[in-house]
Design a protein around this ligand. Sequence first.
Ligand code: HEC
Length: 131
Amino acid sequence: MTRTELTLVVLLVASVLAMAARAQAPLSYAKDVEPIIVKACSECHGGDSPKKGLDLSGGKGFEHLVGVKGQEVPEMLLVKAGDPAGSYLWLKVTHTATQGKGMPRTLFGAKKLPQTELDVIQNWIIQGANP
Ligand code: HEC
C-alpha cells in the first residue's frame, strides 16, 4: 500500500466512525424536539398566559413536560420517558387520546404534525426523553 492509499483508508475509517457516533447520539429536547414544539405550539403555549398554564416556549418546555403530571388527565404524565403510549403529549399530537380533550380543531382537527416530526418526538421519548 502506498502512503497515499494508507492516508485514504485512515480518512475513510475516521469518517465512518464519526457517522456512527452521530447516528447513535440519542435525540435531545433542546436540539431535536424543541424547534418542532416552539414552531407548532408556542403560539398558544407561550407568552403571558400560556394555554392550560403549559409554557412550551424556547427554554421552558422540557421542565414543563418530562415527568410532569398533566391537568386534563391527571393520572398520566405529559411525557413519560421511554413510553410514548404512556405520555399524554404523544396521545395529543397523534390524536389518539381517549380521555381529556383533543387538540384545538383549528390547528389539529384536519392536520397533524408531519410524520417526520412525529417520528422525532416518538423516538425522543423512546430513547429516554433526554434534555
Ligand atoms: C391554537 C392553540 C393551541 C396550539 C397551537 C396548541 N395547543 Fe395545546 N392546548 C391548547 C388548549 C386551549 C388546551 C386546553 C385544553 C384543550 O382545549 O385541548 C391545550 C392543552 C394541551 C395539553 C394538556 C395540558 C395538561 O396539563 O393537561 C398538552 C399536553 C398540549 N396542549 C400540548 C400541545 C402541543 C405539544 C402543541 C404543539 C404540537 C400544542 N399543544 C399546540 C391550545 C393549543
